[in-house]
Ligand binder design. Structure first.
Ligand SMILES: *Cc1c(COP(=O)(O)O)cnc(C)c1O
Length: 404
């Protein structure tokens, strides 16, 4: 394997984002391939027994076993670390594997975790159900309530978890404020940055210690593969996260890592176009008087617009809307759409819409759903790369058919 300039952090960190997305982290084999190679291998052979011993002792550079590291996954990790501005990254099989590995490696029985309440359903499971099984206590707070954050910390608080904007309510958390508070209390902050993507928001710059992604979403961006990533500093990685993931094995497949590498090459273009489309769709939906509300962080009428725009360079690709007559009307509206698919994924080239109360958040108890505003009339729309006018016409037609 030959190092390309893509591997020289002194050089690549000076590159602009678009160059980093295309060339960061690239290694090249003696074949001189332009597209990154897929190293579909579980193990590695050594020239001699001494080399094997030296590699296991950490005295010789190189690979030993793909649970520990794989060259294709390593390229994906190096590119992710570069674009996020993180010292290091490790990839995982899914976004939930990244969340779970990050949280479990930071806590032990007797510790306490603080988390924003508006979370993706499975993230909420990790905080609320999984951690307590191992003796870890938690406090959930309204992410916008600064006093609630202040009150939540205890002597044994070791970690904070937050999602911003949150799935599917789009609630925004002030990352800098929470990080300041957490660090005063010697706690580590983990930010789920899936909705914002690495293009729009940089939590590490705002003080976060760990950023997690579901690469399944915008990073793949074409609905093909599952994947995830954990980004952090060297100390946290080596002391806490690496021992956990090396021994428990939540690894991404080399093939999926390769798909993600290819996805990164066009991430900036896609996210920018999606944000532009989402903004146009949000404006058009806001003109339909029958919806109770249309929430889009990029619009001035979004409750936390100022904070959202302070933290993100654009409004994102996801919006939420609310029909007045509950589930029946929500389903009627979904069923009347011709172009937009009923699907619970996000960040895809194809526009996708879902009814969170009956899908992504069906496993969250009803009272907990209502507490964060996931009511029967709520819909989440992930805007894709189609022409925005076709999407707008599809939504207008469906709204008319559903009596909105
Ligand atoms: C999808 C998603 C996840 C989980 O990612 P998977 O790749 O599906 O495991 C975590 N957090 C948020 C905000 C998500 O949207």
């Amino acid at each position: 394997m030959k190092k390309t300039t893509g591997q020289n952090r002194d050089v690549t960190s000076q590159w602009r984002l678009q160059t980093q997305l295309v060339r960061g982290g690239t290694w090249r084999s003696e074949m001189g391939e332009t597209s990154e190679s897929i190293f579909m291998t579980s193990g590695y052979a050594y020239d001699c027994a001494e080399d094997a011993a030296a590699r296991f002792a950490g005295e010789q550079e190189g690979y030993t076993y793909s649970r520990l590291r794989n060259p294709t996954a390593a390229m994906f990790e190096d590119r992710m670390a570069l674009i996020e501005g993180a010292e290091v990254a490790r990839s995982t099989a899914t976004g939930m594997a990244a969340v779970t590995a990050a949280m479990l490696s930071l806590v032990r029985a007797g510790d306490h975790v603080v988390s924003s309440r508006a979370l993706f359903g499975s993230c909420r499971y990790v905080i609320e159900t999984l951690l307590p099984k191992f003796g870890v206590e938690y406090t959930l707070v309204d992410g916008a309530d600064h006093e609630a954050w202040q009150r939540a910390f205890r002597k044994n608080t070791v970690a904070v978890f937050l999602e911003t904007p949150a799935n599917p309510t789009l609630d925004v958390v002030d990352i800098e404020f929470v990080c300041g508070l957490a660090h005063d209390n010697h706690a580590v902050v983990v930010v789920d940055n899936v909705f914002a993507t690495p293009v729009l928001q940089k939590p590490l710059k705002m003080g976060a210690d760990v950023v997690v992604y579901s690469a399944t979403k915008h990073i793949d961006g074409q609905g093909r593969c599952l994947g995830g990533c954990i980004l952090t500093n060297k100390i946290l990685l080596e002391e806490k996260i690496l021992p956990f993931i090396r021994n428990t094995g939540p690894n991404i497949s080399p093939f999926n890592a390769w798909v993600m590498l290819k996805g990164l090459e066009t991430l900036d273009m896609r996210v920018e176009r999606m944000c532009g489309n989402a903004s146009k769709v949000a404006d058009a939906l806001s003109d339909i008087k029958g919806f109770d509300f249309v929430k889009y962080p990029g619009r001035k009428d979004f409750g936390q617009h100022e904070l959202a725009m302070k933290q993100m360079s654009m409004g994102g690709s996801i919006l939420s809307l609310h029909v007045p007559k509950g589930r029946e009307q929500a389903f009627k509206f979904l069923n009347a759409l011709d172009i937009i698919d009923i699907s619970n994924n996000i960040g895809d080239a194809k526009s996708l819409i879902t009814h969170p109360a009956s899908t992504t958040h069906a496993s969250v108890a009803e009272e907990n759903r209502l507490e964060i505003g996931i009511t029967e009339g709520l819909l989440r729309l992930s805007v894709g790369l189609e022409h925005p006018d076709d999407l707008i016409e599809d939504l207008q037609r469906a709204a008319y058919k559903a009596g909105i």
